[in-house]
Design a protein around this ligand. Structure first.
Ligand SMILES: [Zn+2]
Length: 405
């Protein structure tokens, strides 16, 4: 049976326009056609009235963690949890993402391949959640952003493979792909929540990252690099990385290289914003609050330059980090707009741009005939009423199935 969505406002994301009073005809799990409402044949069709809603393609969160949900210091607690505990919690977290309009999520590092297992369970219909692009086990250097065990008898662990040479990075990348990862995640520089490192400092070397990116390329897979410091960002870009995550301490040369290499930048403004907003009083470690302040200081200015120069800016939230909860990450849209990113582009970043980032632009990211029926609707028009409308998800269809109405 066909489903006809009567849309008061439709933002297809193919361009920046909003169409009024159109129908989206869905057959099975695909979009069959988009036409004026009065031309849609409603005989024998299920009709869903979204005439007072803002309809757009399902959102894609390009950076989150399904193993955490805003704990004040999740990285410190992680070694005390069993993988089963984490996996069961994750089932609820991804459901919250879906209900907020995120029909696809890109997992940027979780322990024990729980992201891969959850992805497969959702695909088999054993759990409810978004489409998932998974990193499996990330790669970090000793003492790096992903090396969070502080017992000298434990090296690495369930969250990261510890690599200290190109050969080790190559082996670790092969390992994560062996168990079903869709991409490889590298820790190029220090981070905010990690104890004892500096966001500006390089951690994995160019040679190590090149070896891991090569493994991804051989398999037709993508890669991403957690990178704050300018030198680490440039090393990752040269190494052939698909996307730079955070990128908050970038310099002009780095911005030009993003353009030259066609590398994506995922800003995750909300991650640093929430850490500063809640602060030490809320139980976030002092060092993390200080590092977040350093990182966020010039981020908006850099983003303005990136918009001007035509950097491919995607949408990602780092949901799971302190006080960034699953299902509430659409606040990032407001922060992006406040940083000078044009409103229509913010919506395209989370749809069309991110679909290309995960190499699924043939099937996802816009509302056009032939694409998969991932369609969501919001209570207001974010292009006129402000980006807060993106927090008000009223309708979710994924793969032709309605999850929220
Ligand atoms: Zn992250």
């Amino acid at each position: 049976m066909k489903t006809i969505l009567k849309c008061g406002m439709l933002f297809s994301a193919a361009d920046e326009s909003v169409q009024k009073d159109v129908a989206v005809v869905v057959e099975g799990n695909r979009i069959e056609r988009v036409c004026p409402v009065n031309e849609a044949d409603t005989a024998d069709a299920r009709v869903i009235d979204l005439s007072d809603k803002f309809v757009m393609p399902g959102l894609i969160d390009g950076h989150l963690h399904v193993s955490m949900n805003g704990e004040a210091n999740g990285m410190a607690e992680a070694p005390f949890l069993k993988l089963g505990d984490i996996a069961y919690r994750a089932m609820n977290y991804v459901k919250a993402d879906l209900m907020a309009g995120f029909t696809t999520i890109r997992c940027e590092g979780d322990p024990g391949f729980i992201d891969v297992s959850l992805r497969d369970a959702i695909e088999k219909g054993l759990a409810v959640g978004p489409r998932m692009q998974c990193s499996g086990i990330s790669l970090s250097s000793t003492g790096g952003h992903g090396d969070y065990h502080f017992n000298p008898d434990i090296q690495g662990g369930e969250f990261c493979s510890i690599c200290n040479s190109p050969d080790e990075a190559r082996a670790a990348a092969r390992y994560t792909f062996k168990y079903g990862a869709d991409q490889v995640k590298l820790m190029a520089t220090g981070g905010v929540m990690s104890k004892g490192d500096e966001p500006g400092a390089c951690e994995m070397t160019f040679e190590e990252m090149k070896a891991a990116c090569e493994v991804a390329r051989f398999r037709g897979k993508t890669s991403s690099a957690h990178a704050h410091g300018a030198e680490g960002i440039k090393n990752a870009i040269r190494a052939g990385i698909t996307s730079i995550e955070h990128g908050m301490l970038i310099d002009d040369e780095g911005i030009d290289m993003l353009v030259e290499y066609g590398t994506y930048l995922i800003p995750t403004i909300i991650a640093a914003y929430r850490i500063i907003q809640y602060g030490k009083e809320a139980g976030i470690p002092d060092y993390a609050v200080e590092k977040a302040e350093l990182c966020l200081k010039n981020h908006a200015e850099h983003l303005k330059v990136m918009v001007k120069k035509g950097v491919k800016i995607g949408f990602g939230t780092d949901t799971g980090t302190p006080y960034s909860h699953h299902g509430e990450q659409a606040f990032e849209f407001q922060l992006m707009e406040e940083s000078g990113i044009p409103a229509a582009y913010c919506l395209q970043a989370a749809t069309k741009v991110n679909a290309a980032l995960i190499r699924r632009e043939e099937e996802l990211g816009t509302i056009e005939p032939g694409k998969l029926a991932d369609i969501v609707a919001f209570g207001g028009n974010p292009l006129e009423d402000g980006m807060k409308s993106m927090m008000d998800c009223r309708f979710v269809m994924k793969d032709g199935v309605v999850y929220k109405e």
